[in-house]
Ligand binder design. Structure first.
Ligand SMILES: C[S@@+](CC[C@H](N)C(=O)[O-])C[C@H]1O[C@@H](n2cnc3c(N)ncnc32)[C@H](O)[C@@H]1O
Length: 381
């Protein structure tokens, strides 16, 4: 998939790197690092991105390859209770019909943000939809699918695969590829799939999972031998800057409050660097951890990094309230006014070019042994 992200118009010769940044390359192998030179900062007056980069999914697609998407499933029947959304702090949250309280909204604003984020993941993975070698996967599960965009793109690229996206919220589009279905279900409850999967994908679930060990164990049990799991996640708690502009910033204080609230609520946000260990503990083999670095905002000088930073800045800006407001009020006991003020101040700073904020994104892939030779899924996606 190629990104529709608007081109940056500045004279690109101005953004040539002046020197290599060996320190960054030491931390992240070159081929896995999308950001490896931050030291040629260029300041601009205007934020150069509009929302034209948002990937739109309409309901009116008349392509006969597309079918209505919501499945009456084996795992749960779709009852009207999943539409009993919770309205708090001016935002809309998932129904509590599964007994799970969601701290992150599912309203249109949040859906647009999730879809915008696909452009960022696209840059991170260099246009690939995934990194696990699963070109021939037949049964694919996307946990916490959100708007279902990843599941739809994967189904489009892999017409022989049957892709199921699950989520607490019925916020997926009605018209999707015929090989893609959505189920409304709670992945922290028992899984009762009749058939195993070749590939299980989980992206951006941080703060939504209480027990990663249990989740990975269920994933392991529900994979065919030779099948793969892939986890892609921001490590916001691992945010930093190489020039100390992040340290002591409002963004740092906001993220440390989020991390504390995550810990207290039992949904840790600082768990991402432990994913590889969890995969090994669940029994997976060939565990590979890849670590990418994302700049937040348009402060990097090099155009590729500026582009990805522009999306990351907007995603963080729009996500500041989405992530903070419920956790700060319900878990940290702040008033709505205080929580809202902290979120707004952090949101503004995520676009401030003086703060050279970066955070790591981890992609962990792992295989359920041993059927490597005969595995039909053992090819790159
Ligand atoms: C931040 S969104 C990420 C969506 C999608 N994976 C993506 O990358 O765009 C997290 C999603 O996980 C869903 N979720 C959270 N807890 C869940 C649970 N226990 N079972 C199923 N879905 C859950 C939320 O409803 C939300 O749509």
């Amino acid at each position: 998939m190629s990104s529709d992200f608007p081109k940056v118009t500045e004279d690109q010769s101005e953004f040539e790197p002046k020197e290599s940044k060996d320190k960054q390359r030491e931390e992240v192998p070159e081929e896995e690092s999308i950001v490896n030179d931050y030291d040629n900062y260029e300041y601009e007056d205007e934020y150069p991105v509009d929302r034209a980069g948002v990937v739109e999914i309409g309901n009116e697609d008349s392509d006969s390859q597309y079918e209505t998407s919501l499945a009456e499933t084996d795992t749960t029947s779709l009852t009207s209770s999943v539409f009993n959304y919770v309205f708090e702090n001016g935002r809309r949250y998932a129904s509590r019909s599964f007994g799970t309280e969601s701290f992150f909204p599912n309203d249109e604003e949040e859906q647009k943000r999730l879809d915008l984020q696909q452009n960022m993941f696209d840059y991170v993975l260099n246009g690939e939809i995934c990194l696990a070698p699963v070109r021939n996967a037949r049964r694919v599960l996307d946990l916490g699918t959100g708007t279902g965009l990843w599941a739809i793109l994967f189904a489009d690229e892999h017409p022989k695969a049957k892709v199921i996206g699950t989520d607490l919220s019925p916020i997926q589009p009605d018209w999707v590829p015929a090989n893609c279905k959505f189920e409304i279900d709670d992945f922290e409850k028992e899984w009762v799939y009749k058939e195993k999967f070749d590939y299980i994908h989980a992206r951006y679930l941080i703060g939504a999972v209480k027990d990663w060990n249990a989740l990975l164990k269920k994933a392991y049990e529900n994979l065919e031998e030779g099948g793969y799991i892939e986890l892609m996640e921001f490590d916001a708690a691992g945010s930093y800057s190489s020039d100390d502009t992040y340290e002591g910033s409002v963004s740092e204080s906001y993220i440390s409050k989020l991390t504390e609230a995550g810990r207290r609520s039992g949904n840790r946000l600082d768990v991402v660097p432990e994913f590889a260990k969890y995969c090994e503990r669940a029994g997976f083999e060939d565990v590979i951890e890849r670590k990418f670095t994302i700049p937040v905002g348009t402060w990097p000088k090099l155009p590729e990094y500026k582009k990805i930073g522009a999306i990351a800045g907007l995603v963080a800006h729009d996500g500041a309230e989405a992530y903070g407001i419920a956790l700060f009020t319900k878990v940290l006991g702040m008033s709505e006014k205080e929580a809202s003020e902290i979120c707004k101040t952090a949101a503004r700073e995520f676009l401030d070019k003086k703060v050279h904020h970066c955070y790591p994104v981890y992609v962990v892939t792992a295989r359920k042994g041993p059927a490597r030779a005969e595995s039909s899924s053992a090819q790159r996606c």
